[in-house]
Design a protein around this ligand. Sequence first.
Ligand SMILES: *[C@@H]1O[C@H](CO)[C@@H](O)[C@H](O)[C@H]1NC(C)=O
Ligand SMILES: *[C@@H]1O[C@H](CO)[C@@H](O)[C@H](O)[C@H]1NC(C)=O
Ligand SMILES: *[C@@H]1O[C@H](CO)[C@@H](O)[C@H](O)[C@H]1NC(C)=O
Ligand SMILES: *[C@@H]1O[C@H](CO)[C@@H](O)[C@H](O)[C@H]1NC(C)=O
Ligand SMILES: *[C@@H]1O[C@H](CO)[C@@H](O)[C@H](O)[C@H]1NC(C)=O
Ligand SMILES: *[C@@H]1O[C@H](CO)[C@@H](O)[C@H](O)[C@H]1NC(C)=O
Length: 393
Amino acid sequence: MEKTLAIFNVLCVSLICLSLYVAPADAYGRKQLRFNANGRFKILQVSDMHYGNGKETKCSNVPPEEFPYCSDLNTTSFIQRTIASEKPDLIVFSGDNVNGLCETNDAAKTMKMAFAPAIEAKIPWVAILGNHDQESDMTRETLMKYIVKMPYTLSQVNPGVFPIDGFGNYNLRVEGPFGSPLFFKSLLNLYMVDGGDYVKLDGFIYKYDWVKTSQLNWYEDASKWLELEYKSWPFPQNSTAPGLVYDHIPVPEFKQFNDSKVMTGVRHEDTCSPPVNSGLFTKLVERGEVKGVFSGHDHVNDFCGTLDGISLCYAGGAGYHGYGRTGWERRVRVVEAHLEKTKNGRWGAVDKILTWKRLDDKNHSLIDTQLLWSKNMTLEANYTFRCNFIKQH
Ligand SMILES: *[C@@H]1O[C@H](CO)[C@@H](O)[C@H](O)[C@H]1NC(C)=O
Ligand SMILES: *[C@@H]1O[C@H](CO)[C@@H](O)[C@H](O)[C@H]1NC(C)=O
Ligand SMILES: *[C@@H]1O[C@H](CO)[C@@H](O)[C@H](O)[C@H]1NC(C)=O
Ligand SMILES: *[C@@H]1O[C@H](CO)[C@@H](O)[C@H](O)[C@H]1NC(C)=O
Ligand SMILES: *[C@@H]1O[C@H](CO)[C@@H](O)[C@H](O)[C@H]1NC(C)=O
Ligand SMILES: *[C@@H]1O[C@H](CO)[C@@H](O)[C@H](O)[C@H]1NC(C)=O
């Protein structure tokens, strides 16, 4: 074992040199995401900040007595407070980061203010776009090209050389802890998806856009490569690593949940998804790798519900300028993945994934902790097909 590890270490060092040499992404001094020494990795999802001009921009749906003292700065202090208590390893700003709506005429300035808490805390962060981000002085392409140059971000405009729809479709690898044999394998795969903004159907009516076939194909390819690598030498794994998707506009499958008995969290408004179902959820079910899809867009829904083995979760709105619900606190979602200990006491694959929410109330309440997925849920079950198992139709 020791000898294998020695060879392995030499190999790893050469692989790191090789990857530094070939990976231009490191030009900005970017850090590889990695599980920590306690075998954990925590993601903070901040959705729908709807940031405007800072202290001049007023809040929506706060109690009347709070209104004179409430601005975008409350959104900033909520994120700072959450970073201090949760100490996340990655922050995902999941769209409608900039309010747009012709209120802001300097998106770059707005983004500097909006993403500042992550940058000041020197925490790796990424952003995807919502449907409002491009409504001031930058297009979706310009926004993403600007974001990828900001400090501490791991955002990307788009993968590879083949053109695909949207701006801000990319995957992130979360590798094993330092000192672990799995330290250059991706044990958790994150997929950021650009769900677009609006689409014009029937002449004039604008509806919410959908994830396009080119993006589904990109996801499928990326996911298959990651699976191949996970199952290959060295330290080949038998299962697939779990994946998580972040996409601003919820897929239509979110609509199915409206029964508190099968959801954790609440629905206070309809799901505003695209008019057609372009098959993202179906593709994820087919691949069987992704365990959670995390969206925003509908600020006053914050539930998770599970459908066909995948949890569909809302973050709830974090921003004070965007609409909310008076008396229902602004909130963010946290996801934490834990590794298992192998027989020889080293860190192995992901064992379970938990999620909870943090509210911007006096107590900074942590609510709705739930097990999103655990490895034992997907262990090979010994099913025997019986002829009368499925009722005849
Ligand atoms: C916004 O921040 C101000 C200043 O810290 C505070 O007094 C006020 O209560 C906050 N408003 C809300 C709605 O949290
Ligand atoms: C994969 O399965 C093989 C055969 O059952 C076993 O020998 C090996 O230890 C397993 N590997 C891992 C990483 O679980
Ligand atoms: C959810 O159910 C409640 C009560 O049954 C109903 O009033 C509400 O309209 C439903 N919402 C959606 C989005 O279906
Ligand atoms: C805040 O915490 C205190 C002490 O634990 C508790 O009594 C109070 O009900 C909590 N308030 C809210 C709004 O959760
Ligand atoms: C699966 O694992 C989770 C968390 O590790 C545990 O709470 C649950 O009881 C386990 N379920 C079974 C069926 O072993
Ligand atoms: C599956 O179930 C059958 C029937 O109960 C049993 O004979 C067989 O040993 C089981 N296989 C495994 C791998 O557990």
